[in-house]
Design a protein around this ligand. Structure first.
Ligand SMILES: [Zn+2]
Length: 130
């Protein structure tokens, strides 16, 4: 059995050590789709995972990212933006859709220990899934 939800969120980012367009600071309207898989037992009242618990967990994971700059922790923009009061999320790895999907999956698994599939759309047609 699978249950899932999705949210849209605005996040800025840029990629380090990269020569494409995403090397420049810019933003995306990310669409994040998550799916939990598990086996229901009769005592579960027909609910694998309460949708409100699912949404609460996803909102908790994503709240720091909403209208923030998502930057690799060694990006020289980090201290500048933090000093002038901007909302910044420092990532261990380059803030690609792939790494963001991995991060979300790890965080969701800690909050709700289930099997998770996470899909991060960086544009309307391009996504990374883990
Ligand atoms: Zn980008």
């Amino acid at each position: 059995m699978n249950v899932g939800t999705e949210v849209e969120i605005c996040i800025g980012h840029r990629l380090m050590d990269y020569l494409g367009k995403c090397a420049n600071p810019h933003g995306h309207n990310y669409r994040i789709c998550v799916q939990a898989t598990g086996n229901m037992k009769k005592r579960d009242y027909g609910i694998l995972l309460d949708f409100s618990d699912l949404k609460d967990a996803l909102n908790k994971v994503l709240a720091p990212f909403d209208h923030a700059m998502m930057l690799r922790d060694d990006d020289p923009l980090v201290p500048f933006l933090v000093a002038e009061g901007s909302k910044v999320v420092k990532m261990e790895h380059n803030p690609t859709a792939e790494n963001f999907a991995e991060f979300i999956k790890t965080q969701l698994t800690m909050l709700l220990p289930m099997e998770w599939k996470v899909r991060v759309y960086e544009t309307t047609k391009s996504y990374a899934e883990v």
